[in-house]
Write a protein that binds this ligand. Sequence first.
Ligand code: PMV
Length: 334
Amino acid sequence: MKVVVSAPGVVKFFGEHAVVYGTGAIAASIDRRLYVTARLRNNGEVKIAAYDLSTHGVIVTLKPNGEIVVGTDYGKVIPAIAYVRKAIELTREYLGERAGVELEIKSDMPVGAGLGTSAAVSVATVFAYATITGHELEKREIAKLGHRTELTVQGAASPMDTAVATYGGLLYIKPTSSSPIIEPVRKGAELPTVIGYVKRVATTKELVAWVRKLRDKYTKLIDQIIWAIGELVERARVAIEKGELGTVGELMNINHGLLEALGVSDKRLNDMVYAARMAGAIGAKLSGAGGGGCMLALAPNKLKEVAAAIAIANGTPIITELGVEGVRVEKVEK
Ligand code: PMV
């Protein structure tokens, strides 16, 4: 028996970093997906074949006694598959299930570029493992297990990416001390966007830690920036629902400035952001943790021009549809 599950990538529209401190955020699924194919194994082993990591393709076997056998020797592989390993461990625990499984992971988006691939792989692995072992999980349970996976691997993670990878759509997410608030945001007008990305030089974990350190040193100052981001997210939500794209764009620009103040942008991201604005984008900001990775531009009637400007600024542009379906079973073969 074989099961194929897919989950979409995620762009952060508003509120990244501040969301770690409990403010709201707005993020959307994109029409690039990550695929997990699961087959049962009868010896209790977990075998993971990952084909699209930034390192070369590699095959890793996790023995029931905890031993790890790596088919190809690349040091970066273990952290990269940490999400898959943890997602399986938590799902097994949750379901009280020990079946061995073989997983094959493919991505039609760049991995580790800030498009939420760690959330997509966590959520898709949870769902694929549950489905191949004959369990039904609700979306709420998938999102929760996916979030716990990211939390354990990264140390700190908001529920934003795993919620969007699970439910899809354009979502407002606000962590609370119990379950996060997750609500769809209705678009009053289309949001034609272009993503630009460059190679990332720091991990999400490092950047979240960087902001924490800055906040420890300048608590009052940084708390006001976090508050201002939270405030603009609430305004952005209203502007998106009313279809006021000019305001949405302005708020993206303000959000970029505040992320820059937190020290998570870099020259390559700023170059793409300015190039996009000069080519006619009505708003542009870094998207995600920063340190390279992604930016997002709102560019009604200027998608091609903005994509070209991002390419000239040494980024890779992706014109994408926002708000596609979340995690889903693509195929079941008996
Ligand atoms: O690294 P990314 O693109 O998945 O974005 C992380 C977003 C943060 O707000 C910085 C962290 C989080 O867990 O929400």
